[in-house]
Design a protein around this ligand. Structure first.
Ligand SMILES: [Mg+2]
Length: 305
């Protein structure tokens, strides 16, 4: 277990200065940190002050469901300039990974239309479906026929995931040369208080177990995803990165896997929940980005004087 997380509000001025001096780059999650339904108060100001203090700012989200236009609108509403240009999401990581291994076959995609569009925009062909299966097990044989055109199975958020698709994925993964990539590994998504639904991680785990294969995880908290985000940002030393998020498993977990410093904002979970986690603790915490703004402003004024 890591040591007790430090509340930024309780740091003495010189210790807050030492905290700021301990990193050069800020990587931040988006949903629940910068915006929920609308922008979170003070989030845009937080990043502009960080930039004024000489930090580079990048964004890392597990959410491949938003289109580029939707992300751009959210960044704009939060008063963050060109945010999308500095954003890493699983769909882009998956497409760039395939490009990096000179992938020249077709992807079997169990994901959303936005991820498929990103693959297409990188010139990667994909197959998908069927969205409706047969009525009886004996008819499922047709979903267990290999397709030599497929060279990779990609699993991310698919609201129409089903038995035929998982059978197909397992069949293709029977060939060891077929790449197995996944995005978000979340097992549940909470869409209202007390209401949760199964999320992509459940289905990816099932396929992985049945195929006896481990996917390359190109979503938080996969180490490869964090390293990919570093590469895109031109960062070489993970210890000089402060990773900000609102989820312990995904955000703090990613930070721990890669070696980032971690800051948890308690916008979605309580301090008690944070401290109750059995294995993962952030280095720092605060209520929200907005609550850190006055501390940064003070620091900035001081450094000018
Ligand atoms: Mg989040």
């Amino acid at each position: 277990m890591d040591s007790i997380p430090v509340n930024l509000q309780e740091l003495k001025p010189e210790d807050f200065k030492a905290f700021l001096d301990s990193f050069d780059h800020v990587f931040s999650d988006c949903d629940g940190v910068i915006w929920t339904k609308g922008p979170m108060p003070g989030a845009g100001k937080f990043f502009s002050l960080m930039k004024k203090l000489g930090k580079t700012v990048n964004f890392v989200s597990n959410n491949s469901l938003r289109s580029k236009e939707n992300y751009e609108a959210h960044f704009r509403d939060a008063e963050i300039e060109n945010g999308f240009d500095y954003l890493t999401i699983p769909s882009i990581a998956i497409a760039e990974y395939l490009k990096s291994v000179n992938f020249d076959k077709k992807v079997y995609s169990i994901s959303c239309i936005e991820t498929n569009n990103v693959l297409k925009s990188f010139g990667i062909e994909y197959k998908e479906g069927p969205n409706v299966g047969a009525d009886y097990y004996e008819e499922y044989l047709k979903y267990m026929i290999d397709d030599p055109e497929i060279g990779a199975v990609v699993m991310d958020c698919d609201f129409k995931v089903n038995l035929p698709k998982m059978n197909k994925a397992i069949t293709y993964l029977g060939r060891p040369e077929v790449h197995f990539l996944c995005g978000a590994t979340d097992r549940h998504v909470y869409y209202a208080r007390g209401a949760k639904t199964l999320a992509p991680g459940v289905f990816t785990d099932l396929v992985a177990e049945e195929a006896n294969r481990s996917p390359v995880v190109l979503g938080k908290p996969g180490k490869a995803f964090g390293e990919f985000a570093m590469k895109r940002a031109g960062v070489t030393d993970p210890s000089r990165v402060l990773f900000i998020g609102d989820m312990i498993e995904q955000d703090v977990g990613l930070g721990k896997a890669v070696g980032f410093k971690t800051l948890l904002v308690l916008t979605n979970i309580s301090k008690e929940t944070m401290l109750a986690h059995k294995t993962i603790r952030p280095d720092f915490y605060d209520a929200s980005l907005g609550s850190i703004v006055p501390l940064l402003e003070k620091q900035f004024v001081k450094s000018v004087i």
